[in-house]
Design a binder for this molecule. Sequence first.
Ligand code: ASP
Length: 586
Amino acid sequence: MYRTHTCGALNMSHVGQPVQLAGWIQRIRELGGMTFIDLRDRYGITQLVINEDTPADVKTIAETLGREFVLSVHGTVVERSNKNPKLPTGDIEIALSAIQILNASEIPPFTLEEPSDGGEELRARYRYLDLRRGPLQRAMALRHSMTQETRNYLSQCGFLEIETPFLIKSTPEGARDFVVPSRMSPGQFYALPQSPQTFKQLLMVGGFDKYFQIVRCFRDEDLRADRQPEFTQIDCEMSFVDQEAVLLQFEGLACHLFKTVLQKDIPTPFPRMTYKTAMETYGSDKPDIRFDMPLHEITHLAGGTEFALLSTAEYVGGICVKGAATYTRKQLDQLTDWIKQPTVGAQLLVYARCSTGEDGALMYKSSVDKFFNQEALHAWGRVMGAEDGDLLLVTSGPREATQHVLGTLRLEMGDRLGLRKEGVFAPLWVYDFPLLEWDEETERFYAKHHPFTAPKPEDVDALFSNDRNRLAQVHANAYDFVINGTEVGGGSIRIHNARVQEQMFHVLGLSKEEIDSKFSFIIEAFRYGAPPHGGIAFGLDRWCALFSGHESIRDCIAFPKNNSGRDIMLDAPSGIDPAQKKELGL
Ligand code: ASP
């Protein structure tokens, strides 16, 4: 009734055919007595033309049209005299014989083109209009392929998709819960799940040895980075597996998605790196390994001078930036300002340019020539693998913080030198995470992953030692899946022994009463023959953003919230009326 073809379907093979199309007006152009209308739908754009041969009534209607009007048009496919090779439909246009206005449109508050002239806030308020634009249309289609192919692959491997509840019990640990007041139990609250973690483990106890779910999770966090209060995970769990089995299984999923969604073959096995190596070599637990530029420690080569920032530092380290000796003084000053800003947090940036001297030997020009002679700088250069034309960048401070700074500097230099190439994908497993993390402020341990992660079998004794130093050394079979410096997923082998789980809660500072009231269900379940199990969850929004080349996960979510957790279109959250409050016992 409305269309015979979509706006992306027609080409030279249709010339001469009568067709009917439906869509939105993207643009109207008047040109030398002719009118051109770009008609858009999900599939593309087709040009409609009105000229001297067009029936008079069509011309009359055409005069009333505006952007984003919805039309159904009849016409004949004709070859264009002025072809547009950028459009799949660019060889043809439709000579109109009839126009029906299906709906008029107010003038849209921003242009629905790529890129749009609308600011983020404005586009969020009119999200349904923004969604008509190509980049969002493509992002949603990609997301659909991701979920579809995930279901295909995991189902084929014998996984069952099982839903778990949204109205659950608030538990400590992890992020803050969103809570929902209960009308039937006045004064009591459900919590929305931060993830289905305990449920998927209970499904393992329930005998479903391969589970997955594409599931919404809710975390009431401050939304600093690119986070959403509700986001989607590909959540998975398996019984009778060790870490190796989990990594291989989900490497398979990742390869399947690369292949089917991006048509990319990624070599396997994916590289793997321990947490310790990642921190020492890349200053990050999620290194971008599209480029090399590792960190090098030179603490032992930086002492013995009066330059206290180097000679007394716990850690001195640097990176060797290939071919960057051409960096000017001005660029280096700017880099020094960059590294000293609070978000990066270094105290100094030392540089040394490596070049070939007149005698043909390597030589260094550094910002610390006063303290370090050529011999000393050569020692630095040897450790850092410097060659003619390279630039050494060095900083110092407390070990971990400084490694982190160098990791950030490495990414910055990678960006500046164009080494973080779009369309190149470098997946990586990071494994052997510490089980626990000591927090100085609250003087207690937190679970690095979550409290259900198992210590490595050889570290179980240490977990029971109640000795802070030994506890800090406990490692877990926990792993993260990283692509291009972004953590896309994470998981672990779980505790399946009630006694170990109780001890874990105890180490995390929970009292016996708290353990009983919050977690007795899972500890009890572990007493009824819980199988060994482990799993992983992937952040679907982030994975889609990576695959589609979008900076923000918001561009891969149909109706996202803004940075303050608000839905600008709905104007939520909002107050509720007093009667509703009363009913809820609030
Ligand atoms: N539930 C965990 C999370 O949300 C993932 C996992 O351990 O499977 O981070």
